[in-house]
Design a protein around this ligand. Structure first.
Ligand code: RB5
Length: 148
């Protein structure tokens, strides 16, 4: 499995730890930057990560900014991207099992490196249930994308 990773300068402090974690879980990393704490704009990184998933260069991704909020708002503008900001284990698991999220968003100014690594581990281990009621809801999200 290829996991895309992208962050802005606010998310950069988590980058090394999270790349290590993703690789330790057996996934290949597609590193889309940023590569320093110099200020950049998070929508550019959300777009790069979302595009990698849409184009099939990665199956899922981890996207980090300072709060995780801006990154998740931006990523969710791309069709087919379901980005969830998860700072607790319940949301990380359920966001995959019920909502079939393909992007985990984190805020490096909110969670520390070990909690963030735990959340990545939980998120990557969880699988979409495929339950009919969740399929129906995902279909409605798809319809929203097509309508607007
Ligand atoms: C950058 O200063 C910061 O705004 C960004 O990382 C993120 O927190 C936005 O939601």
């Amino acid at each position: 499995m290829v996991m895309a990773f992208a962050c802005d300068h606010g998310g950069f402090p988590l980058k090394a730890r999270l790349l290590q974690e993703i690789q330790a879980l057996g996934a290949e990393v597609l590193d889309l930057g940023t590569n320093s704490s110099a200020a950049v704009d998070y929508p550019d990184y959300a777009e790069a990560l979302g595009r990698a998933i849409i184009e099939g260069r990665a199956q899922a991704g981890v996207l980090v900014c300072g709060s995780g909020v801006g990154a998740s708002v931006a990523a969710n503008k791309l069709p087919g991207i379901r980005a969830g900001l998860c700072h607790d284990s319940f949301s990380a698991r359920q966001g995959r099992e019920d909502d079939d999220c393909n992007v985990l968003c984190l805020g490096a100014r909110v969670v520390g490196p070990e909690l963030a690594a735990d959340l990545v581990r939980i998120w990557m281990a969880a699988r979409f249930s495929g339950a009919q009621r969740h399929m129906r809801r995902l279909e409605k999200i798809h319809h929203l994308e097509e309508t607007y």
